[in-house]
Design a protein around this ligand. Structure first.
Ligand code: ARG
Length: 579
């Protein structure tokens, strides 16, 4: 069943075609939400743009459109306002009909894409043996949400973890492993904290020139496939992977690991093909591409180095190889890269070179999906009290511990008794949900400050608030409300009408998220939904005697709960039946 907005759009297409000729039947009706409730629900701005196009007064154009616009079953008679806006207001019966149909629909009106495309979502992507920091956490949470929304639409999503598992740091790590740890049997070695290990190796590297020399040799050995070096590298990757996987498991995030090393054998081909395309120049022994529209401080065109003078390749070369592989082998038509905003230049340059090399067929979309920094509550970079980078595991643990303390207190004040297992499981899920939601509910482009108190609060736009809203509705069923499947919905009270209007927008919001890639849009929608539900619930008793009224109001509860559940799931947050 098409959404109401889709139906409205179709009616405009018909009217535009009938009024101005078939070539106008595909003209965008420019439907946007009304700027104020008194103007209705939506407005069409098409008469203004069409007026310009046709050289006629927009009000006249609007008049002509109305003449052909058949909307009786959807809206009240449209009103022309101001310079030629067409104001539209849903008829309550039409909303009721739509809400009745939605009750039997597990997809809540969200259409299944008829011609799915392959979408690559490149996200999380931490670096082996290095710190997995809050930036990677943001990427993991945002990327997972976008992947979920696209998957739900029916797109063929490939969730790729472009792990940093190659590069000069391995010379240092392998040498340190050999020299200091001297393993007889790698498998028996307990590395403990890999990040500590990295720090120690780096400290030696910075202070010991002999060690540095050995490290350089180790890189060469590793790249030439020397078996012991290879084994040491594999060991380090495996250890790191275990740590990452433990985090992903707690976060409920699935990813396919395809790290930088996967593209090793393709790097020389990338450089050769760039040369073939006539894009390569040499600059002091390095091979590079002169970029368009990027200038350095002296006003000279910037270059993108794809092979260093020592023959080594870099981050950009690997990304060029990966991009090509994803388009040619994976057949991806949309490539999303979820990283911090600091990498915007890197991606703009890589995309430009790939396009100029002819590797991006028309219709293939390359998108960097940037996000801002995580700050401490003091507005400075997020750090522990001692000034260290915050470890992701301790961050999750702290959120869980605080959620546990909140729960224990709540149980004590309300005199409720629950098993320890129940408390641990609820606290774990609420803690993780709070962290995820705090991240997703911000406009990703801005920096946000990390505050346990705010994210765990029961008030405001938080995960606990939404989880509670869901649980409260479940309580209605426990008190005797029946689960209905096709109840007739009458939107008589103002609060019912506002809730109904909001409920039917869910598919349109998902479409927006899939297009613009801003999960906070979905968060805001769900938050508004719970607030509208609360107003309805305060003013309209649900478990009343009168049968039709009871069924209609239960249906609104039902749909609200289903929308909250599905919406939260798409954010990567499973609901709880009891809190
Ligand atoms: N490993 C990189 C980092 O930690 C992120 C990789 C993002 N993906 C990519 N294809 N470059 O910054």
């Amino acid at each position: 069943m098409p959404t109401l907005l889709t139906q409205l759009r179709q009616r405009f297409h018909q009217a535009l075609g009938a009024a101005f000729g078939p070539e106008f039947a595909t003209f965008d009706p420019l439907l946007v939400p009304a700027s104020q409730p008194k103007f209705g629900d939506y407005q069409s701005n098409v008469a203004l743009s069409l007026g310009k196009h046709l050289g006629r007064a927009p009000v006249q154009v609007a008049d002509q459109i109305l003449h052909y616009l058949a909307l009786d079953d959807l809206c009240y008679p449209p009103q022309i306002a101001g310079p030629g806006f067409i104001n539209l207001t849903w008829q309550p019966v039409c909303l009721g009909r739509q809400l009745q149909a939605l009750q039997g629909d597990a997809r809540l009106g969200v259409p299944q894409i008829s011609e799915p495309i392959r979408v690559v979502v490149d996200f999380s992507s931490p670096n082996i043996a290095k710190e997995m920091h809050v930036g990677h956490l943001r990427s993991t949470i945002l990327g997972d949400c976008l992947a979920r929304v696209l998957e739900f639409q029916g797109q063929g999503v490939l969730r790729l973890n472009h792990v940093g598992d190659w590069g000069t740091q391995f010379g240092m790590l392998i040498t340190y492993l050999r020299q200091v740890v001297q393993p007889n049997n790698l498998e028996e070695l307990e590395l403990g904290d890999l990040v500590e290990f990295y720090r120690a190796a780096k400290a030696r590297f910075d202070s010991d020139p002999v060690f540095q020399q050995l490290c350089r040799q180790a890189v060469v050995d590793l790249q030439s496939g020397d078996p012991p070096s290879r084994a040491a590298w594999e060991f380090l990757c495996r250890k790191s992977r275990q740590e990452f996987e433990h985090l992903y498991e707690q976060l409920g995030v699935a990813l396919l690991e395809r790290g930088e090393s996967f593209y090793n054998s393709m790097l020389s081909g990338v450089v050769a093909d760039l040369a073939q395309a006539g894009l390569l120049v040499e600059d002091q022994g390095a091979r590079c591409v002169i970029l368009e529209d990027f200038v350095n401080k002296e006003g000279k065109p910037q270059v993108l180095i794809v092979q260093k003078s020592d023959g080594g390749y870099n981050y950009a070369t690997t990304d060029l190889a990966a991009l090509r592989y994803r388009i040619e082998q994976d057949r991806a038509q949309r490539l999303l890269y979820v990283t911090d905003a600091g990498q915007a230049t890197h991606f703009a340059q890589v995309f430009q070179v790939a396009r100029r090399a002819g590797w991006v067929p028309p219709g293939v979309e390359l998108v960097h999906v940037p996000f801002g920094l995580v700050m401490g509550e003091d507005g400075k970079k997020f750090r522990t009290r001692s000034g260290d980078t915050v470890r992701l595991q301790s961050l999750l643990d702290e959120a869980k511990a605080r959620a546990h303390a909140d729960l224990t207190e709540r149980l004590a004040t309300s005199g409720r008794a629950e098993t320890p297992e129940f408390c641990t499981s609820v606290a774990t899920r609420v803690g993780i949900a709070a962290i995820k939601y705090a991240d997703l509910s911000q406009n990703r482009l801005s920096n946000y400050s990390f505050s346990y108190d705010k994210m765990l609060s029961l008030q405001g736009n938080t995960a606990p608030y939404l989880l509670y809203a869901y649980v409260r509705i479940q309580g209605i069923y426990r008190r005797g409300g029946e689960q209905l499947t096709a109840a007739v919905v009458n939107l008589e009270q103002e609060t019912e009408l506002l809730l109904g209007k909001h409920l039917v927008q869910f598919p349109d919001v998902l479409e927006e998220v899939a297009r613009d890639l801003f999960p906070n849009r979905l968060c805001q929608y769900l938050f508004d939904l719970s607030q509208k539900f609360n107003k309805f619930y305060e003013t309209c008793p649900v478990l009343v005697q009168e049968e039709e009224e009871r069924a209609s109001r239960l249906a609104l509860c039902n749909l609200t709960a289903a929308t909250l559940k599905l919406g939260l799931e798409l954010l990567g947050i499973p609901v709880l039946e009891r809190l």
